[in-house]
Write a protein that binds this ligand. Structure first.
Ligand code: AMP
Ligand code: ZN
Length: 473
């Protein structure tokens, strides 16, 4: 089965075929770096990074771009509040973004362009739109002329009358029609500004994504993603700008993908509603990989409720996955040998079947929820073989490890959390000190070590083959 994705442009699941065979150009809207990002924002960052991994697994050469919006009203407002420059604010929160993204296991994009470093590209894009007759200059501002663009509304599926009802002209705007939107804004006192053919000013909200996407990926791209709130106006405007600039009559984007909202008490988690938890706070409260697990356990387009119970369940699920891996490692060291009773052909058949189901799930509009279920079926199968046989042959370990590794290259759940490598060696040292103490009948020391490990969240189990340990999450 080939990959099918739900395309918000056609409102249909469609077979994914890239513009250039074998290559995928993929742009995902990134954070506005005026603050720490919240768990709702983390959803697109996590799921679209995993989609990128899946596309790579399918053999595509993927170029993935996720921008930083480092100039807009929110940035300017916050920098004033903090009494720092907009550039300093951006620098600080890009660094913080990178720390949280790393803790959540998100791979860095191939390009992470910043709006303020692409002012020339932005100006060039605006000039093309003006030249092609779809934008006008008004008092040092430049506006996109929405009524000159017949396709406007085709992504959000609304007609101009409906859109007009919600449109307004804000004080200080010089547009001809309430539907028009700013590509360039005339300089205002106290705001950062750049020289342009229309005087000093700064880019409007949407134009950076059109300019940077075409710089890194070309004028027509395969996938563009973001949260569902970006469909209108951000993505509708991006599409209009990019197509008006290129003038090549081809769609700016082949597949528009949008993740559903992360909800808290059935409302969208958002900064403006004040019902948010920063990713930083969530990472301190829960295991960061459990947050990842939680995001991947739902289909990316479904709404998802952020509750303490759901996160606790995710932690328990993650423990189950990781225990399978650590039990497998332990069994490999202690129970490997020839066993004629082990039915290796049947085991391999079952692995193959699960692997196929996993492919079908992810190829069916990237259904990570179903994929996660199959990951658990795999763990169940490996666990039951370990329970059924005292001694297991080499090939059992090779196949089981290969499959776990494959699923996990996509989901990224089994690997060590940050700092965990240090943890492993510290734990190993304490365990070996404890066995020496036990051999010497120094039970006081041995109990002390057990308690110390417990306080570190490590649980020990003494077995005839030696001491096993696992993480308590
Ligand atoms: P922003 O920094 O506000 O531009 O948002 C970054 C990304 O987070 C965008 O793709 C938004 O659509 C997405 N986003 C914002 N709030 C939520 C939410 N509650 N659930 C899921 N995605 C969200
Ligand atoms: Zn964007």
């Amino acid at each position: 089965m080939s990959l099918y994705l739900y395309n918000d442009l056609t409102r249909k699941k469609e077979e994914f075929k890239p513009i250039k065979p074998g290559e995928v150009s993929f742009y995902s809207c990134g954070p506005t770096v005026y603050d720490y990002f919240h768990v709702g924002n983390a959803r697109p960052f996590i799921v679209f990074d995993v989609l990128r991994r899946w596309l790579k697994h399918l053999g595509y050469k993927v170029t993935f771009v996720q921008n930083f919006t480092d100039i807009d009203d929110k940035m300017i407002h916050r920098a004033h509040q903090e009494n720092i420059t907009v550039a300093e604010l951006a620098e600080k929160f890009i660094t913080e973004y990178n720390k949280d993204a790393k803790a959540l296991g998100i791979n860095p994009p191939d390009f992470a362009p910043r709006a303020t470093e692409h002012i020339n590209e932005i100006i060039n894009t605006i000039e093309k739109i003006i030249k092609n007759g779809h934008a006008y200059i008004s008092n040092g501002d430049v506006y996109f002329d929405v009524k000159s663009w017949p396709k406007y509304g085709s992504l959000c599926k609304q007609n101009l009358e409906d859109l007009e009802a919600g449109a307004r002209v804000e004080p200080g705007e010089n547009k001809k029609d309430p539907l028009d939107f700013a590509l360039w804004k005339n300089e205002k006192p106290g705001e950062p500004s750049w020289q342009s053919p229309w005087g000093k000013g700064r880019p409007g909200w949407h134009i950076e994504c059109s300019a940077m996407s075409s710089k890194y990926l070309g004028e027509n791209i395969d996938i563009h993603s973001g949260g569902v709130d970006l469909i209108f106006p951000h993505h509708e405007n991006e599409a209009a700008q990019s197509e008006a600039a290129s003038g090549n009559n081809l769609p700016f984007v082949r597949f528009w993908l949008h993740n559903g909202f992360l909800l808290i008490d059935n409302e969208k988690m958002s900064k403006s509603l004040g019902n948010f938890m920063t990713a930083r706070a969530a990472i301190e409260k829960y295991n960061p990989t459990a947050i990842r697990f939680f995001m991947l356990s739902a289909h990316y387009r479904s709404p998802l409720n952020f509750t303490p119970e759901a996160l606790e369940q995710a932690e328990a699920g993650l423990t189950r996955l990781r225990n399978c891996k650590s039990n497998l490692d332990f069994a490999k060291n202690t129970r490997k040998g020839n066993n004629n009773e082990f039915k290796s052909e049947k085991f391999n058949e079952e692995l193959k079947e699960l692997n196929k189901k996993f492919h079908d799930a992810l190829n069916d509009d990237f259904n990570t929820a179903a994929g996660m279920g199959i990951f658990f079926d795999l763990v169940h199968l490996i666990n039951s073989e370990m329970n059924n046989y005292g001694i297991l042959p080499d090939e059992f370990f090779t196949s089981a490890e290969r499959e776990l590794k494959f699923y996990d290259e996509i989901f990224g759940l089994l690997g060590d959390d940050e700092n965990n490598n240090d943890l492993s060696s510290e734990v190993e040292n304490l365990i070996s000190e404890r066995s020496t103490a036990r051999k010497n009948k120094d039970f006081k020391r041995s109990d002390e070590i057990r308690d110390k490990l417990k306080s570190m969240g490590i649980i020990l189990e003494d077995t005839p083959q030696g001491t096993k340990w696992k993480r308590e999450l």
